[in-house]
Design a protein around this ligand. Structure first.
Ligand code: SF4
Ligand code: SF4
Length: 128
């Protein structure tokens, strides 16, 4: 059994998402969401875009950078031994322009109870 040293913060499948109409949270690139344990979900229609961005065939990308999700219902990016996402390079995402919807959607499209304690995104007003 895998021992997790830090909490697992879920995914877009969470049922306890809190969204705030009229507020947009601007990412400060603190990289916390690239470092906590858990799946980084890849949807089927994201494989070709990410593989192409990395100049790999889809099979090369799947073999080198993906694994089954914890629930075995789809694919996740693999992680480093320290739980960081395999795509995190220093403070930058190697696939930023092609990153998965899970990454692009946090925290404005999905989040979890207590997310503001672990994310440095700054709220700004926006059209609801
Ligand atoms: S935890 Fe929040 S501020 Fe930090 S990189 Fe992720 S979305 Fe951006
Ligand atoms: S794909 Fe990029 S943005 Fe998403 S968790 Fe990995 S390093 Fe972070």
């Amino acid at each position: 059994m895998i021992q997790r040293s830090t909490p697992h913060h879920g995914s877009p499948g969470n049922q306890e998402i809190t969204l705030e109409p009229g507020v947009f949270y601007v990412c400060q690139r603190c990289t916390a969401c690239c470092k906590w344990p858990g799946d980084v979900r890849i949807e089927e229609d994201e494989v070709s875009k990410i593989a192409g961005f990395l100049d790999l065939t889809e099979q090369e990308f799947l073999d080198r950078f993906t694994r089954l999700r914890t629930n075995r219902q789809g694919l996740s990016l693999v992680e480093k031994d320290n739980h960081e996402c395999i795509m995190l390079d220093g403070n930058a995402c190697r696939i930023h322009p092609a990153k998965p919807a899970q990454c692009a959607g946090f925290p404005n499209k999905w989040n979890f109870p207590g997310w503001r304690q672990v994310c440095e995104a700054i709220p700004v007003p926006c059209d609801p």
